[in-house]
Design a protein around this ligand. Structure first.
Ligand SMILES: [Zn+2]
Length: 463
């Protein structure tokens, strides 16, 4: 079979670590057909100028939230918290129409690609019109996300969100949540409707029960059974234990903290991504990690919202998988998420190089490999790095960037994560073998940015 494309690199980060003189070749579907270290470049074969690194899956995104970044960074009340931020977020969410949602998402996905993310799990809960009525074509808002991803050329796992209650025990939802709501049969119809549309563009469809406070137990059981009937391997994502108040409310409701409740009442396993899971007891962390769930960590959003620090020591003791997401998109930069995750652990443990692994002392390399593997599992797509059978999703670091120039490849990745500051050291980004970013810039950068700024102008004017 003919290769659709190929490239040779002096250095490439493979799942087992750095390799020299590596040739990559991919097929017409954008899947890697061969990854061969220790070979000379073929005559006429394209050569990478810098080291090749696997593209990072972004395992948690609410695209529309990019539209109000910068607008919530002021004190509105003495005890500003996640919960007061959420009120502002609801006001923004209440106004967007499908065209505006697509413009925000398209720009966000351009930013993601330029910042090293090659696929995204979209935790999508803005379903209905601003009055809470279904659109004439019910999946209209989801289709806006699919179009945005296709235009930008980013891989997508679409996770329609099931949202039914305003709090534990089936509390009535309030007006700010009316765009999010589905009964269970309506959600299952939405999934059925979306499945062929996702498959047509290579996207994966999963389900996101929003949280235990928003989804009562019976609805959770029935929705998961319906999902299994549609696709028994589809990804399942849930927000869990992000806030102390949520843990306290869950204990008051059920006698158990949320991660323990889930472990006892749901088939938590490798299909599951536990988003945040910030506040767990050590036993919850060990048991959830051993069950095979992926921890969906969003370090810059968790810092922005004042959530707390994830219990990585116990998670790793349980052999837990993890990946990173940009969630509210206060930061859209895979390297900064890794940096902040490591720095949080350094501050908490008063040690350095906490995320190094026994066989991989270089922190940026160890974290990149772990987050790519965990993110791929969470997204349910073959994006687990530079290996045959995986998507040809990868980036080329810029060997001319001042922070990287002249360093060995492994240290270039360290400088990219820890020393490139707010400039980008990414030169080229391929998704499914197609170069979407060249010389650090996406082809849609200008038009997508202009459309985004125009939508935000309208949002601010309507505030
Ligand atoms: Zn979230």
């Amino acid at each position: 079979m003919m290769d659709a494309g190929s490239i040779w690199a002096a250095d490439a980060l493979l799942p087992g670590g750095w390799a020299r003189d590596v040739a990559l070749a991919w097929d017409a579907q954008g899947r890697l057909a061969r990854v061969e270290p220790g070979v000379a470049p073929a005559p006429g074969q394209a050569r990478a100028a810098g080291p090749l690194v696997p593209g990072m899956p972004n395992l948690h995104s609410h695209a529309f939230q990019r539209g109000f970044c910068g607008l919530t960074e002021y004190r509105a009340q003495a005890d500003d918290s996640f919960w007061s931020w959420r009120e502002l977020m609801y006001r923004c969410a209440g106004r967007l129409d499908p065209r505006q949602a697509e413009a925000i998402a398209a720009w966000l996905y351009v930013e993601m690609l330029e910042a090293g993310y090659t696929s995204v799990c979209e935790f999508h809960y803005l379903h209905h019109d601003p009055q809470g009525r279904p659109y004439a074509d019910a999946p209209e808002m989801a289709l806006a996300i699919l179009r945005a991803a296709e235009r930008a050329g980013i891989g997508l796992t679409l996770l329609p969100v099931l949202y039914q209650a305003g709090g534990f025990g089936g509390a009535a939802p309030h007006a700010g949540q009316r765009r999010f709501l589905h009964d269970t049969p309506a959600m299952l119809r939405l999934l059925e409707d979306l499945k062929p549309r996702c498959e047509a563009q290579g996207a994966r469809l999963g389900l996101a029960p929003h949280s235990l406070r928003a989804v009562p137990p019976q609805a959770l059981r029935e929705a998961l059974a319906g999902l299994d009937a549609l696709d028994a391997t589809a990804p399942i994502h849930i927000h869990v234990a992000e806030q102390v108040k949520e843990v306290e409310d869950c204990i008051a409701w059920s006698g158990l903290p949320p991660v323990r409740w889930l472990l006892e009442h749901a088939p938590v396993g490798p299909r599951w991504c536990l988003v945040h899971a910030t506040h767990m007891t050590p036993d919850e962390a060990l048991d959830a990690a051993r069950a095979g769930a992926v921890a969906g960590l969003c370090p810059t959003t968790e810092a922005n919202l004042g959530d707390g620090l994830f219990d990585m020591p116990h998670w790793r003791d349980g052999g837990g998988a993890w990946g990173i997401g940009s969630d509210s998109h206060s930061t859209v930069n895979a390297a900064e998420e890794l940096q902040l995750l490591e720095y949080g652990l350094r501050l908490a443990t008063r040690q350095r190089n906490v995320m190094a692994e026994p066989g991989q002392p270089h922190v940026a390399t160890a974290m990149t490999l772990a987050a790519v593997a965990g993110g791929a599992r969470a997204g349910g797509r073959p994006v687990a790095g530079l290996a045959a059978g995986q998507q040809a999703d990868f980036l080329e670091l810029d060997p001319a960037h001042v922070a990287l120039a002249g360093l060995p490849a492994c240290d270039m990745l360290s400088a990219h994560v820890f020393g490139s500051h707010r400039t980008s050291a990414i030169r080229t980004v391929w998704v499914g073998g197609q170069a979407r970013v060249r010389e650090g810039r996406h082809a849609l950068r200008e038009t997508a940015a202009a459309a985004f700024v125009e939508v935000r102008r309208m949002l601010v004017a309507g505030a």
